[in-house]
Design a protein. Sequence first.
Length: 250
Amino acid sequence: MKKRQDKTPPAPDASWAYFLDVDGTLIEIAETPDGVLVDVQLLELIEQLYRASGGAVALVSGRSIANLEGLLGARRLPMAGLHGLERRDVFGQLRTHAAGLDTKGAIKAALAPVLERYPGLLLEDKGLTLALHYRLAPTLAAYVHRLMGRLASANGEGLELQRGKRVVEIKPAGIDKGTAIDEYLAEPPFCQRRPVFIGDDLNDEHGFAAVNRRNGISIKVGKGASCARFRLSDVTAVRRWLGDTSNGTQ
């Protein structure tokens, strides 16, 4: 059950396992996915947290792993991309849960006239998923949600919608950020640690629920109802909180 939760999270501990969303959590959301800015201070923070926690840090994002590497560098950090559809473990082994959207071509063809009619809409082909962004055309929100829902239903079983901040994504069903976190927690160095997941969006609710089931620390960034048990106000607050761990305060 989602609820409004404004409790400040407890002081971080280097013995925990850290799972981190990226956009809206570690970096500010931009008008387009390619418009985000990654600063040196963030890269240093991730590296410090990685060392302080003994490597128990993974990024869990809606972006692809290839895209995350392009943003954050080539370090072999554990990463789950596309909401868990692809996952790289601590040894660098890549695991993929789906072969892709068999009907992707048909969905893209159906969206082509829509994109021509509404240039404020942006279709992002992530390989295994298709995301329609309406950040530049917020008045089209209801239309985009209805349209993507119809396309998912019309193109066979096994597809589902993933809603986010001014984006709707069609993806294979049954895999999400929560399942990715569960998989990491079955492996070293994450296993037998208290899990922490920090995220800001609707697509992070699966991750919050997974962490809650293990008596972990679920942290919602920003406003809005959530099943997360704790809250931080913004990206700056997230970085400050994580810095308490990477600086060795615990």
